[in-house]
Design a protein around this ligand. Structure first.
Ligand code: ZN
Length: 768
């Protein structure tokens, strides 16, 4: 779903990096020197030798062959090739010695029976709504794909004036209101970008619109960004981004089984009770189809930052452009096929390391998701070979290939909900990937696993630069944070990177299959993938995300496919074999301190911004600058900001800081002593460490969305994908809900106290 994007300032970068990248001796050679978290000195050497044998099994050409086969036919949910891919993946796991099976779930998956769009006034135009074949792309002429659509949008047949609302985000509607244009009874056209696509029709509906069109403006991922396909990798005029619009930030998964698995015989909610379904019809269109609609608009000229790269004057409307749109769908259920494969652990079989990547695409899915899938298959084959050569992991390893991710994380969510109890008992980590391509490592996740990510990245060589993946990412962070216009977060990351130690990882919002594990079950999770040098964004969720496109513009030579398998493989093998789980709670505590400091800044800014606005309103400044021929109304007066009580959070974070330091110190002392302790004691410590992340959840969940139980990480209600850390407090502050902020400061503080108390229990256990 959400691609791993690390694409900033490339031109400047390549220049800067050659500064940093004096080729160093191959990373692997001198890696033996350094210790590994969770291992004794001797154990670390054995582990690295095992990883060398693992690497020797990885083959770029094999991964290329798998990708060609898996992406040879359309493989969306319900397509014959989607099922065939699941069966092929199952057969590979079995061949490699894994205990593997397919688990099937019956999910609501509407498909289009009839879609149509036409301009009916002031002139007429019939939208193509189809992606034609392109030269040099072998699969682009194949049949069997679904027409472009936004799954879980409503059926409808509407005709109305058109209004252009930029990205269709909350601030865009404020801007519209100030120009006296509303969308009641209108059809809204917005461009992709700046947030989760499902928010666009949802906000349009909330503002009274009767239909929504979402188009890809060439400024964002078409000819403004680079040569279009097939000459370059960017979005061609007829390319369309399909995608789900379900309200995933309320709950993902099958809309008709909220919080429980869509297993045979369960009750499915009637459609009118499924709250993640949308109420108005939505259609995704290409910029070739959008241009005649936009150029037929009149009304005010759009603000400068609303203007894309189409050769038209961007107007807002409403009218005189009037459009007629139709969407009629087949609202039946379809089977999704999850492949689940296990290697049982020898000493702690009830501690599970779970790894996953989805296999369903929107059409051929070469980049999204099969690029990640083939790297994961490479890992599975190598691990199978290690087992055949006599190695056995201490803990169990579970590899999963999900179906139904594109419509709404269906396969992973239904599986996680069905096995919730056992997963909360046994799973210690969930490691996800999705898209993968040439470039830099992107990593987001639970911060107790930040060091694990760094240590793996430090031991893998970047195929282009000959330095470690970690060092190349360090260079990126330092360059990005150096610019005069660098964002505060980038500056902070650059400062940390410059110190030479671990690099900070991001926090997880939503957009791929980790959501149910982390945000519903509270299992420590990480999402990784390479990217940033590829030209894939333009074919995202279109017919042109094909093997030929990926082979040219994604990862020619499949070198980053091998690099992903090396990083992910190390994270899995180390967590499966360490004496004590490789977790560092001081990193979580330090990150939390940063989040709490941000919340204080947010509260202070609310005070400052409100006072500033009041002064401008009292001085009638808005009236004075408004052009009488194009009047823009002053903004609505903001309410006064009372004192916001974040003290409970400060106290809890401070106490946790001390406990985390004590834990990490006790852990390090045990490591220095060779982790000598009875197996029963280390097994008990690992059992409790493996469940620590669950202590960050609250049974009541977040306001208005109880499915989201994690009190530190969640996708934003108004971002859909983007993370909101300490969401209960941060979103209340952003919504100027001061009481909500106080309430969730107390709720989150209580959760953190429970986490700290549990950590102290484990510290005592480690010391004895
Ligand atoms: Zn994906």
């Amino acid at each position: 779903m959400k691609p791993m994007t690390v694409r900033p300032l490339l031109a400047a970068l390549s220049m800067a990096l050659c500064m940093f990248a004096a080729p160093a001796p191959s990373v692997a050679a001198d890696a033996t020197a350094t210790s590994l978290l969770g291992f004794t000195g001797e154990g670390a050497a054995t582990q690295r030798a095992l990883e060398q044998r693992f690497d020797a099994q990885l083959s770029a050409s094999e991964m290329r062959d798998w990708l060609q086969r898996l992406s040879a036919e359309p493989n969306q949910v319900g397509a014959p090739h989607d099922k065939a891919n699941a069966e092929f993946i199952l057969s590979l796991f079995k061949q490699w010695g894994w205990d593997a099976r397919i688990e099937t779930f019956d999910v609501l998956y509407p498909t289009p029976k009839h879609v149509a769009l036409e301009l009916v006034a002031p002139t007429t135009f019939k939208a193509m709504l189809h992606e034609p074949p392109v030269e040099g792309d072998a699969t682009s002429a194949l049949s069997g794909a679904l027409p472009p659509y936004n799954v879980y949008g409503a059926d409808g047949d509407v005709t109305a004036d058109l209004v252009y609302v930029n990205y269709g985000m909350p601030d865009d509607y404020k801007e519209l209101a100030r120009r006296g244009v509303d969308v009641k009874g209108k059809i809204v056209i917005v461009r992709y970008g700046a947030g989760w696509r499902g928010l666009k029709p949802e906000l349009a509906h909330e503002h009274g619109a009767v239909g929504c069109l979402i188009y890809s403006d060439p400024r964002d991922d078409g000819y403004f960004a680079g040569d279009t396909y097939p000459k370059g990798g960017w979005r061609p005029p007829e390319g369309v981004q399909r995608g789900s619009v379900a309200k995933m930030m309320v709950y993902p998964g099958d809309p008709t089984t909220p919080g429980y698995g869509s297993t045979p015989g369960v009750k499915h909610l009637p459609l009118d009770k499924a709250t993640t379904l949308l109420k108005i019809p939505v259609l995704p269109i290409s910029y070739a189809d959008a241009q005649p609609l936009l150029s037929a608009l009149g009304g005010p000229v759009a603000p400068e930052n609303w203007r894309g790269a189409l050769p038209v004057t961007y107007h807002i409307g409403g009218g005189p452009a009037k459009v007629h749109m139709q969407v009629e769908s087949d609202w039946t259920r379809k089977p999704v096929y999850d492949v689940i494969a296990t290697i049982k652990g020898a000493q702690e079989p009830d501690r599970w390391i779970v790894r996953g990547n989805h296999h369903d695409g929107w059409v051929f899915g070469a980049w999204d998701p099969l690029s990640g899938t083939v790297a994961m298959l490479g890992e599975a084959k190598a691990i199978g070979a290690l087992v055949k050569s006599g190695w056995k992991p201490k803990r169990s390893i579970v590899y999963t290939s999900w179906d139904g991710e594109e419509p709404g994380l269906l396969g992973s969510t239904e599986w996680a909900e069905t096995h919730a109890k056992e997963l909360q008992q046994k799973a210690v980590m969930y490691l996800n990937s999705d898209t993968n391509a040439r470039g830099f490592l992107g990593a987001e996740g639970s911060h107790s696993l930040q060091h694990l990510v760094n240590a793996a990245a430090a031991d893998v060589t970047d195929p282009e630069k000959g330095v470690s993946v970690q060092e190349r990412l360090r260079a990126l962070m330092r360059v990005e944070g150096a610019g005069a216009h660098a964002k505060p977060e980038a500056k902070r990351d650059a400062e940390i990177a410059a110190k030479g130690g671990d690099l900070p990882i991001g926090a997880l919002g939503s957009g791929s299959d980790y959501s149910a594990f982390l945000e519903h079950l509270g299992i420590a999770s990480v999402n990784i993938g390479f990217g940033g040098e590829d030209d894939d964004d333009g074919i995202y969720h279109s017919r042109y995300d094909s093997f030929d496109h990926f082979d040219r513009f994604g990862d020619p030579g499949f070198k980053y496919e091998v690099a992903l398998a090396q990083v992910a493989g190390r994270m899995v093998l180390r967590t499966a074999d360490a004496d004590l789980l490789p977790m560092r709670f001081g990193d979580f505590s330090a990150t939390l301190d940063h989040y709490v400091a941000q919340l204080h800044k947010l509260a202070d800014a609310a005070h400052k911004d409100t006072n500033a606005q009041h002064q401008l309103l009292d001085a009638k400044a808005y009236e004075l600058v408004s052009d009488p021929t194009r009047p823009v109304a002053p903004p609505e007066r903001l309410s006064d900001v009372p004192k916001i009580d974040l003290a409970p959070l400060d106290v809890a974070a401070k106490a946790l800081h001390a406990s985390a330091q004590a834990f990490d110190a006790a852990y390090a002392e045990r490591a220095a002593g060779g982790f000598r302790m009875p197996a029963r004691q280390s097994a008990r410590i690992n059992e409790l460490m493996g469940r620590m992340e669950q202590m960050l959840t609250d049974a009541d969940g977040l306001p208005g969305r109880e499915w989201f139980k994690h009190m530190i990480y969640a996708p934003g209600l108004l971002t859909g994908y983007g993370v909101k850390t300490v969401p209960g407090v941060r979103e209340a502050l952003e919504a100027r809900d001061w009481q909500g902020a106080d309430k969730y400061a107390a709720v989150t503080a209580k959760v953190l106290d429970g986490y700290r108390a549990e950590l102290d229990v484990i510290t005592t256990l480690i010391k004895h």
